[in-house]
Structures are given as structure tokens and as C-alpha cells.
Write a protein that binds this ligand. Structure first.
Ligand SMILES: Cc1cc2nc3c(=O)[nH]c(=O)nc-3n(C[C@H](O)[C@H](O)[C@H](O)COP(=O)(O)OP(=O)(O)OC[C@H]3O[C@@H](n4cnc5c(N)ncnc54)[C@H](O)[C@@H]3O)c2cc1C
Length: 466
């Protein structure tokens, strides 16, 4: 196979039929998209949400991530978590001990229950979901997005819309519409650019969780932790990060080479979730590199499962339950919006008049070169509306991990509480723009803020009581 070939083919021009017209299209039904879609639909807008896979939740559910790295402080994100709690699909918030002190974290959810709840909330609010449908590009007219082109078993079609919200995580539609963006830390040269690595979660069955928790209480090799006081709390409340010493020793003893210094274990509905794989320097837009990263994750998963069985109390009879069906991608494009959130903004809690969310997610940087994880609890910070508004392209908003934030700020804003909050704000802003007959760039942010406040969403850092 010759990958360097410059050979091309020419696609014949063809007419693409309209599938439907709507007010708002949401691209991607992952962690962020459903919040954008529900928020807009609850304001009476016709909303179509398009998801390439057959279920909702993206990295939250299919990626087996399940745990927001921070408390959910209000609005629709908290409503969803409280709904999950009411049906046994999530536990109470807990305090995790990390090197900077304590971080309040919303417990993980059961990803299967979360898929059901997100789907039900979308349907109940009137969102038209299109599953197993890929958005291949925007439809644009004179610098304005007027819809999207989709690919499904029906072939290629388009959907016309007044506003498109890109929640694809990679800013696929924004990039194709001509919005400026940077990859990772932005350097042109991939070798000097910082970009967080990819990973693949997996679960393990038949873990004796009580035995593991009792051992971890007395183990210095697990410095970052939340260990519930009661056995009942273990179902959703056990979180352990570390194992550096014994992991290194096991690699020396066996000759198996893994890629992370530490691993994270957490429980959800009594099942053990393992975050332990890592591949650095992957260009996820290169299909071969993407595939190679999955192959490498599978190799590491076998190794980590063996390490846990051989060295960690409670895992003696355990086996791999499920490997996430999707590769977990932490960082790709950051769009350049009307404002770019900086690392300093996110650590110092800069005040923004147009803030659409105060967030208290941890700072979570996985070293792009493959060393350890920097996970710190920090004071709240604010996300301005301008971070959701890409430069150069009209009637397009971006929400989720690809908002306009630099590499350092993204270490906080990529976390699920922030992603969900930006989705909520984008959905409301799109609806308000349509109601007021103004472009999304000119939406009266005070109106968006008053709607968010009515939903109980804190907008400024000092409003979050920790
Ligand atoms: C391994 C890993 C561990 C993490 N751990 C944590 C953690 O502990 N806590 C935390 O808070 N955060 C964590 N994060 C970060 C967080 O999970 C993500 O940043 C967040 O879920 C991203 O949300 P999103 O909606 O932007 O993307 P996603 O959840 O990935 O959703 C994007 C959706 O868009 C769909 N899509 C994409 N392109 C198209 C297209 N062209 N057409 C149709 N559909 C499309 C995808 O299928 C997907 O459903 C972790 C991330 C990774 C990778």
C-alpha cells in the first residue's frame, strides 16, 4: 500500500436533496450536543440533532468516561445528574483528595442509564434525533452557514437551518465552514505542538471492590483518592489514582511496556472502570494513525488487566468486561472565537461580563509527551459567550471541548461540566437569536444570562459556594 501517493479522483457534481428544514441543527449527540438540543427545543425551537453513532452521550457514555471532573453546579447539567440519581444511575457528589487538597466531584453515572435518560429528555422536549448519520460538511452562502450535508444509508442529503451548533468535539463543521482554529497548543510544527494524548477506557468484571477499598486505605502508592466510608457508597464513590510504584515494578518484572506512569480506577453502579491507556502524538484526522492508536490501546488494555489481576488486591478473579467502542480523544482543534480563554483566565477566575457559565472543573492535563497526569482542584472560573462564537463564519456556534480556549485553559474547559454548560448556553443563545431576529454573533447576552439564571446556573465565579 502506498500512502504517499498523490493520486486523486474527481467526484462528479450531483444534486443533493433536502431532507428537512429546521430552526437549529446540532452536530453531534455526545456529552454536549444533547444539552444544546434540549435547551433550544425547550424554548420552542425546531431542533434536529445528528449523531454518527447509534446512541447519545459520546465520550460520557460510549467512551465509558462517566465521571464529570468537578461538581455540576446548576442548570440542565445538574438536572440531568439529579434525574440519573433519582433512578439509581448516579451517586452523590464526593470529595476526592488530590495533591492540591480536595476536589468536589459529581459521581460517575451508569452510562447505559445515561443513554436512556438523554434520549428520553431529547424526545420529550421535541428534538428530532438522527442516529447513524454523519455530518460531512456545512452548507454555506456568503460566509453564513445555512445547513449541513449529511450521509446515511439514504445517501447524501442536506438539512436547512437558521443556526448550526457544532458539538462534534473536533469542530468538524466550523473548520469546514472556514472558521479559523488551532490544533492543540497551536504551533505549526506537529513535533513542538502540545496536544493531550488519546486513551481508551475499559471495565473489569468480578472485582472485589470492598477488598480493593480496604487495601487502598492503607496504601501510599494511591495518593489521589476518594474512598467512601460505607460499603453502600462503594457502588458509585470509589476513585483511585496512582499505582505508580507497583506499575513500574510489574513492568520491570514482566518486560511488558505500558505508556502511563499512573492509572485511575473508579466505580459506577458497582462496576470497575479503568483509565490506564495512552498513545501520544496521534493525528486523529489521519485514518491510519487513528487505527494504529486503537490497536496500541488494545495491547495496553491486555497488559493493564494482567497487572491488576497479578498485583492489586480485589482483582484476583477479575476479567475484562467491556472495552470502549470509541477511542477517547482529549484534544484536537480549538476554534478561534471572538475571545480565546487563556490558561491565566481559567486559573485566576477572570471576570467576564458575558459569562455564560461559572465552572469548577479540575485542571486535568495529561502530559502530551507521555509522563504523568496533572490533576488539580482550583477555584471557579468563567466562560464568556464569545468563546462559542467563531470568527469569520455567521450563524454558527461551537460548544464542547473545541470552544475557543488555549491549550492551558482547555485543561479545565474540556471537562464534562464545562462542556455540558457550553452546550446549554449555545442552545439558549441560538433560540434567543432566532426569537430576536439577530445573528448569533449579536445575540443580547443579557437575555441569555437571565434565562440561564432562571435555570439556576451560576454565571460568575463568586456565585459558586464550594
Ligand atoms: C480518556 C478520557 C478521559 C477523560 N476523563 C474525564 C473525566 O474524568 N472527567 C471529565 O470531566 N472529563 C474527562 N474527559 C474529557 C471529556 O470527557 C470530554 O472532553 C468531553 O466528553 C467532550 O465532550 P464533547 O461533547 O465535546 O465531545 P463528545 O462527547 O466526544 O461528543 C461528540 C459527539 O459528536 C459526534 N460526532 C462527531 N463528529 C460528528 C459528525 N461529523 N457527524 C455526526 N456526529 C459527529 C460523536 O460521535 C460524539 O457523539 C476525558 C476524556 C478522555 C478522552
Amino acid at each position: 500500500m502506498n500512502h504517499a501517493s498523490k493520486r486523486t479522483i474527481t467526484e462528479p457534481a450531483r444534486e443533493i436533496p433536502l431532507l428537512m428544514e429546521t430552526d437549529i441543527v446540532v452536530v453531534g449527540g455526545g456529552t454536549t450536543g444533547p444539552l444544546a438540543a434540549i435547551s433550544a427545543a425547550r424554548r420552542g425551537k425546531r431542533v434536529v440533532m445528528i449523531e454518527r453513532f447509534g446512541s447519545l452521550g459520546g465520550n460520557l457514555t460510549l467512551g465509558l468516561n462517566t465521571k464529570p471532573s468537578g461538581a455540576l453546579v446548576g442548570g440542565l447539567p445538574l438536572e440531568i445528574w439529579n434525574l440519573a440519581r433519582s433512578v439509581g444511575g448516579a451517586g452523590p457528589d464526593y470529595m476526592a483528595v488530590v495533591k492540591t487538597g480536595g476536589v468536589k466531584i459529581a459521581s460517575p453515572c451508569d452510562p447505559e442509564m445515561m443513554k436512556i435518560l438523554l434520549t428520553r429528555l431529547c424526545v420529550d422536549s421535541g428534538v428530532q434525533i438522527l442516529f447513524e448519520t454523519f455530518v460531512s460538511g456545512p452548507v454555506t452562502e456568503g460566509g453564513r452557514v445555512t445547513g449541513v450535508v449529511i450521509e446515511s444509508k439514504a445517501g447524501r442529503q442536506f438539512i436547512a437551518a437558521q443556526v448550526v451548533i457544532d458539538c462534534s468535539a473536533d469542530a468538524d463543521i466550523a473548520a469546514k465552514a472556514g472558521a479559523p482554529f488551532v490544533m492543540g497548543s497551536g504551533e505549526d510544527d506537529a513535533a513542538s505542538r502540545k496536544m493531550q494524548p488519546v486513551s481508551m477506557y475499559f471495565t473489569m468484571n468480578k472485582v472485589d471492590i470492598k477488598r480493593l477499598a480496604d487495601w487502598a486505605r492503607t496504601c501510599e502508592d494511591v495518593p489521589a483518592r476518594a474512598i467512601p466510608a460505607t460499603d453502600a457508597g462503594l457502588a458509585y464513590g470509589l476513585w483511585l489514582t496512582g499505582f505508580n510504584g507497583s506499575l513500574q515494578q510489574w513492568q520491570k518484572d514482566t518486560g511488558v511496556k505500558l505508556q502511563r506512569d499512573n492509572i485511575t480506577l473508579k466505580t459506577a453502579d458497582g462496576l470497575m472502570y479503568v483509565n490506564a491507556t495512552r498513545v501520544t502524538g496521534v493525528d486523529v484526522f489521519d485514518p491510519k494513525q487513528f487505527a494504529d492508536a486503537i490497536v496500541e490501546c488494545y495491547r495496553q488494555i491486555e497488559g493493564v488487566a494482567r497487572y491488576l489481576r497479578e498485583r492489586i488486591p480485589g482483582f484476583e478473579g477479575a476479567s475484562i468486561g467491556q472495552i470502549a467502542p470509541v477511542l477517547g480523544v482529549r484534544e484536537t482543534r480549538h476554534i478561534l472565537g471572538e475571545y480565546t480563554l487563556t490558561g491565566a483566565d481559567s486559573t485566576q477566575g477572570t471576570h467576564f461580563d458575558d459569562s455564560i457559565a461559572a465552572d469548577v472543573s479540575a485542571l486535568d492535563i495529561h502530559d502530551p509527551k507521555g509522563a504523568d497526569v496533572d490533576f488539580q482542584g482550583l477555584r471557579p472560573y468563567e466562560i464568556p459567550y464569545r468563546c462559542l462564537v467563531p470568527m469569520n463564519v455567521e450563524q454558527l456556534l461551537v460548544a464542547g471541548r473545541c470552544i475557543s480556549a488555549d491549550h492551558a485553559a482547555h485543561a479545565r474547559s474540556r471537562n464534562m461540566p464545562a462542556c455540558m454548560a457550553t452546550g446549554q448556553a449555545a442552545g439558549i443563545a441560538a433560540a434567543v437569536a432566532i426569537d430576536e431576529g439577530v445573528p448569533v454573533r449579536k445575540v443580547p447576552v443579557v437575555r441569555v444570562q437571565s434565562i440561564l439564571r432562571a435555570l439556576g446556573m451560576p454565571l460568575h465565579a463568586e456565585e459558586i459556594v464550594q
